[in-house]
Design a protein around this ligand. Structure first.
Ligand code: GAL
Length: 421
């Protein structure tokens, strides 16, 4: 008598589940390899160069484990984070995923989607090696949930020096009014859209920089804790300035990601771009050297920071392999090689800076001496739903140009999403 077909099918399905759950495969030489799916949004340029450095170290440090690239392109992870949310809901998690340190982690923790890494932090030497402030930011409910790879600065303006020289602009502006004056000068010299800008989240970065100038570091931070009002006069003034800046930006901004806006700068179609300092590594990867940088006018010593980190999913098919990836990210050598290529500052303070650019060394010094300010566009200041609402509000403003509607939408988002973080 044969085995019933249903039973056979069930056995085959169980076997399949077992093999795919372990993500293992036999190599030609008989060694068993398990795959680790690493989910990021680092698909090209300086971002990919940074990821590749980690992949190289992972290969050397984690024998028997192979890297599976779960990359979903799109700056700041706007697309990746949507895909990730769906996969987590459907019970199809990658083993480990990129997430910003800070408030962006909160919903993942609340939903039980990420594993507690508190004990691993000790094993990997992170408790002593990370700055106390970063450990504090990463701690939720007394536990640690993600491994920081590096710190970027968001409030940086990048220039095309040739474009500026042609228009006779020699110095960096000190405040938003001077910046507007220089933008106007560029336009009168034939640069129609002197401020290169991209879609929603890049617009939110610009608005945040203007808000820092208007409110100062503490006042800006207070927008995310409830200490500063969104419906007050300073925010109204900042939105007015922001609207004036937008008048100098490319009108196709809503359809561009940051690398396309960066191309406008490189090609001399724009003179300025406000963007995080992953731009330095990216311009290097693309061979463009004709730029200079300055902190956004009026931001003073405010260092608007964000940190890339990796979390372990609680449903990871290969938790041991994923932990080896995280240990690689956490290691001194992993941090050195990653950050040298990615252009960020190592999260570990004991990382040697050999191979770092002059820009990076300067940024590391600013990180030590400046006033840290978080970013909502990059998840250190606000939770994911709050960030989504802020992105939608600036995108709507980009076309409708209704300042009251923007302020109301931002105030409503704060009211809805503020919590003890
Ligand atoms: C940030 C991320 C950076 C960089 C940037 C542009 O959110 O932290 O590492 O990738 O987006 O995509």
């Amino acid at each position: 008598m044969g085995i019933p077909r249903r039973a056979l099918a069930a056995a085959a399905a169980a076997l399949l589940l077992l093999t795919s759950a372990c993500s293992s495969a036999d190599d030609d030489d008989g060694t068993v390899t398990s795959t680790v799916e690493v989910f990021t949004w680092w698909a090209e340029g300086g971002e990919k160069a940074g990821l590749d450095a980690l992949i190289g170290r992972f290969g050397a440090a984690c024998p028997g484990q192979s890297f599976e690239n779960g990359v979903v392109a799109g700056g700041a992870g706007v697309t990746a984070k949507q895909v990730l949310a769906t996969r987590l809901l459907q019970g199809d998690p990658p083993d480990t995923f990129q997430v910003h340190a800070g408030a962006e982690l909160l919903d993942h923790i609340d939903s039980g989607q990420v594993a507690d890494l508190s004990a691993d932090f000790g094993t990997w030497g992170l408790r002593d090696a990370l700055p106390a402030g970063l450990i504090e930011t990463l701690t939720v409910n007394g536990r640690l949930w993600s491994v920081p790879a590096g710190v970027h600065r968001a409030n940086v303006v990048w220039t095309n020096e040739r474009v500026l020289a042609d228009a006779g602009v020699r110095d960096a502006p000190h405040d938003v009014d001077e910046f507007l004056r220089d933008l106007d000068l560029l336009r009168r010299h034939g640069i129609e859209a002197p401020l290169a800008l991209g879609r929603d989240w890049t617009q939110l970065m610009l608005l945040e920089a203007v808000l820092i100038s208007e409110l100062g570091a503490d006042g800006f931070g207070g927008l995310f804790t409830g200490a500063t009002r969104w419906d007050g006069e300073p925010v109204r003034r900042a939105i007015d300035d922001y609207a004036r800046l937008l008048d100098f930006a490319n009108t196709d901004r809503n359809s561009l990601d940051w690398p396309q806006a960066e191309r406008l700068l490189v090609e001399g179609k724009a003179g300025y771009q406000l963007m995080g300092d992953w731009v330095a590594a990216d311009l290097e990867a693309k061979g463009f050297t004709g730029y200079a940088t300055f902190p956004f006018p009026g931001n003073g010593t405010a260092f608007q920071w964000l940190a890339d980190s990796f979390a372990l999913t609680s449903g990871a098919a290969n938790p041991a392999g994923a932990r080896c990836w995280l240990a690689t990210v956490a290691s001194v050598e992993g941090q050195r090689e990653f950050n040298a290529r990615k252009g960020s500052i190592p999260a570990r303070t004991d990382t040697p800076t050999t191979g770092f650019t002059a820009y990076q060394t300067g940024a590391a010094e600013d990180w030590r001496s400046g006033v840290p300010v978080p970013s909502c566009a990059h998840g250190s200041a606000c939770s994911q739903p709050w960030q989504n609402a802020a992105n939608a509000a600036v995108a709507a403003f980009s076309t409708a140009r209704d300042a009251t509607a923007l302020r109301d939408a931002l105030a409503a988002a704060a009211k809805q999403f503020i919590r003890q973080q």
